[in-house]
Design a protein around this ligand. Structure first.
Ligand SMILES: [Zn+2]
Length: 341
């Protein structure tokens, strides 16, 4: 086995992946045709062309456009199944799939029907690929408190497989503080707490997510590199940092992979993981993320495996499941190392 094949064969964990950001062009085209939607997209190539991002604003624009095409809850079963099939091709064993219901509630889809469809896709992928998946609900940071509370009400009624909340979206316009009470309520409901922070905005956004939302993990956290005190704090508290190098490259958060702080964070002992964020929109997957940081940031195979183990450590699963994953990952890892040329 050569190095690249070994990297692809490594067992992996995906903690930060958006369901809609995994919508494959072929699936989108079939939805457009099935629903008879009037669209300028005639071919898969048209959609692939549209998924070329120039910056973060353009990305948000395309994302909103895609949301508009999902006109029936049933599509989520297929979208998440496609996503988990791709995950299994990267030898990913555990996934936390992010889902933003607010976007779709605005298009008159029902929360419980969407979550039921997602769970059908999850069940099917467990049977076919042996992949375990939990759901993380993105409350979306431009929501009002009432809207966010409404989503928590829905989760209380239909909690199946939902393990955490998150806020994604425009960090500068919508800082974390107004979500403090929402996060407190989610915590009381037994949900884990994550926030996108330090992606498009500076380190204060990360401090605020920690102080006001009491998050256990940070999505992205790239701009922590500007603040040595924050780096020390993140290390001491071992707050999980879900990093997505290719996403950051595509949206212009970093100029090149070589500029990505994952190497520095890892070397300083931060609890970092690697994730694909919006794999379909960013033309990536977990194999590619691993290969890119191997080639451009010098992550060795043992270090990449360590990133997978970090994923297990910070996953929102019970200790029994963690122990099981650690053992099975270790066995797979030893087999890979034995076969390495
Ligand atoms: Zn994200």
């Amino acid at each position: 086995m050569n190095t690249l094949d070994a990297i692809k064969a490594l067992p992996k964990v995906e903690l930060h992946v958006h369901t809609l950001g995994s919508l494959q062009p072929s699936r989108l085209l079939s939805i457009i045709r099935e629903e008879g939607i009037n669209s300028s997209y005639r071919t898969i190539e048209d959609i692939v062309q549209r998924f070329q991002f120039t910056d973060f604003t353009h990305f948000i624009e395309v994302y909103a456009e895609i949301v508009g095409y999902i006109s029936d809850e049933k599509h989520f079963e297929h979208i998440i199944f496609d996503m988990l099939k791709k995950c299994s091709e990267c030898n990913t064993h555990y996934v936390e799939a992010s889902f933003s219901p607010r976007d779709h509630l605005q298009h008159n889809l029902e929360f419980s029907r969407m979550v039921d469809a997602i769970n059908k896709g999850i069940d099917r992928s467990r049977e076919m690929f042996g992949i375990e998946t939990n759901i993380r609900i993105d409350l979306v940071r431009n929501s009002t408190q009432d809207e966010a509370n409404e989503i928590l009400d829905y989760i209380a009624k239909n909690p199946h497989n939902i393990v955490s909340i998150d806020i994604g979206g425009d960090e500068d316009k919508f800082p974390p503080k107004p979500f403090a009470e929402i996060y407190e309520r989610a915590n009381e409901m037994g949900l884990h707490l994550v926030a996108h922070a330090g992606e498009a905005s500076g380190p204060q956004s990360i401090w605020d997510a920690i102080q006001f939302l009491k998050v256990e993990r940070i999505g992205h956290g790239v701009t922590a590199q500007e603040d040595p005190k924050l780096i020390t704090f993140l290390k001491e508290k071992q707050i999980g940092i879900e990093m997505s190098p290719i996403s950051n490259l595509r949206t212009g958060v970093v100029k090149s992979i070589q500029d990505h702080p994952i190497r520095e964070f890892y070397d300083k002992g931060l609890l970092v993981t690697v994730n694909s964020d919006d794999p379909s929109l960013f033309h990536t997957d977990l194999n590619n993320e691993f290969i890119q940081i191997h080639e451009h940031l010098g992550f060795s195979i043992p270090e990449l495996f360590h990133l997978s183990m970090n994923g297990i450590r910070t996953a929102f699963i019970d200790e029994v499941s963690k122990t099981y994953l650690i053992e099975s990952f270790t066995t797979e890892y030893r087999q890979i190392m034995d076969q390495l040329e």
